[in-house]
Design a protein around this ligand. Sequence first.
Ligand code: NAP
Length: 254
Amino acid sequence: MTNRLDGRIAAVTGAASGNGRAIAEKLLADGATLVAIDLNPDALASVFGDRPEVLQVQADVADEASVKAGMAKIAEAFGRLDILVNNAGIVKFGTFEELSRAEWDQVFAVNSTGPFLVSREAYGLLRAGDGDHTRAIVNITSVEAHIVISSSGHPQIHYNASKGALLQLTRALAVEAASSGIRVNAVAPGFIETPFTAEALGKEEVRNWLLERTPMGRIGKPEDVANGVAFLASDDASWVTGTTLFVDGGWTIY
Ligand code: NAP
């Protein structure tokens, strides 16, 4: 816990579960006021209750009208935004030959188009942000944007491709946003214990396979991801943009 985000307004998508929830709590602990965005308002309410430092916003990141309505609530409440974390994401498994167009589109809609829409609609608010500090977008990609772990028995070409697209969105937007004092970076988690991975990690053979290949010898926690995000969101990273911080226990070393 630090005070390095005191006074900052931070929005996190997918804030009601897993990595997003831990990111939200970490940004709050470091002093930020939080906008918690998620699909399900009941899930948001059950996680954040009536905490005054949290604005709960129901929005579907894949739906343009819903994103616009969500950003209008932030504009009305604060008139600006300092930190945006594009965390909401979905995973689907299936072999290439069985992959339907509908499922491909669904994964891209949430994992790639979602961060595009949210960032674009938040951009004016970020430009209006606290000029004493750099503003930051942090995109949650995955080691799967860089390597392919289908040997775990879970082929997911659409997920790989959608996270690869988000990686390049991060790098390209970093160039365009730099002159506005907005930094754009990614955190690439390895396997983290969340509802997202519960099924795979519930299988002992998968868990053992992962542990054998992770130099740090443990599965990641959402708090590990949150600590990386908080660094990139803060002025501690004020000259860091367009890069990826791997939070993977060393998985991608070899
Ligand atoms: P999670 O526990 O399933 O949480 C994802 C949250 O995002 C849920 O609250 C979900 O709501 C919400 N969400 C899904 N679609 C949305 C949409 N269209 N609009 C708004 N919110 C939406 O997953 P997680 O493990 O924390 O994953 C979070 C991010 O980390 C994802 O981008 C994922 O790709 C990335 N990641 C995870 C791991 C891992 O091992 N867990 C590894 C690498 C990267 P519902 O529950 O209502 O659907």
